[in-house]
Design a protein around this ligand. Structure first.
Ligand code: TIU
Length: 234
């Protein structure tokens, strides 16, 4: 099923690549991908894979600024968590057995069982904690549409566009943007509000998204988004 058809709506122009993004007030959901302790803090899933989690800190404050901008306008906000049921019935062996991590998904770590729903490490970090009324999607995959109700949630909210933040740029963020693009959503990635354990992968992913006339979507600096919002009627 495709995204809801666009109604006439006064959009504001965000200076983006590969060309200006016409952001539609109230129709553009802010989607914050997997800003969980398990990825951002030491001792979590990201660290268990051997990553330097400090790289992800840079995305926290810009994401907080976006959340604040969406919250004051009462525009739709969706948070996602990469997470699994306690019995791991939604975690295929192809995911759990990948690589040589120090701990696997479901193993006990300092913040509880890795990537398991209800464990402390699965929580979204305190600075970006969802508020009542904001949608939280638990997703077993990298893309946020796979095996979730995200499509139905967005349709119910009459969302046609996604403004995307979160981690990691080349894994769950890019997967979600590709899934969204295939489902008819225009997607804008906010550059400072996303991060990777590999800064060069972040840069490359942004280039991949905007290449070929925006084959996956758009990318813009945080300032370019925030500065046009006051002109947007909601
Ligand atoms: N490992 C890595 O870079 N990312 C993930 O496993 N999940 C997300 O990106 N959320």
């Amino acid at each position: 099923m495709n995204a809801p058809s666009k109604q006439p709506h006064s959009s504001v122009r965000v200076q983006a690549r590969p060309f200006a993004f016409g952001l539609e007030p109230g129709r553009a959901a802010l989607v914050v991908i997997d800003m969980q302790r398990d990825f951002i803090e030491p001792g979590g899933f990201g660290a268990s894979l051997g990553n330097d989690v400090s790289h992800l800190q840079a995305a926290v404050e810009p994401t907080r600024a976006l959340l604040q901008a969406w919250r004051v306008r009462n525009w739709p906000i969706v948070h996602t968590r990469e997470s699994h049921a306690p019995d791991l019935s939604d975690c295929p062996a192809a995911k759990r057995d990948r690589g040589h991590p120090s701990l696997r998904i479901g193993d006990p770590g300092p913040m509880g069982r890795l990537l398991v729903r209800g464990e402390p490490g699965c929580d979204i970090i305190a600075e970006l904690a969802p508020l009542p009324g904001e949608t939280v999607i638990d997703k077993p995959g990298k893309g946020a549409f796979h095996a979730t109700a995200l499509m139905q949630v967005l349709q119910r909210l009459s969302v046609t566009q996604l403004v995307v933040a979160g981690v990691t740029t080349e894994v769950c963020v890019q997967s979600t943007m590709r899934e969204a693009n295939d489902r008819g959503f225009d997607c804008l990635l906010v550059e400072e509000a996303t991060a990777s354990y590999f800064p060069e992968f972040k840069s490359a992913t942004i280039e991949m998204i905007v290449a070929q006339g925006g084959i996956v979507g758009w990318a813009a600096p945080l300032k370019a988004v925030l500065q046009v919002l006051p002109d947007a009627a909601s």
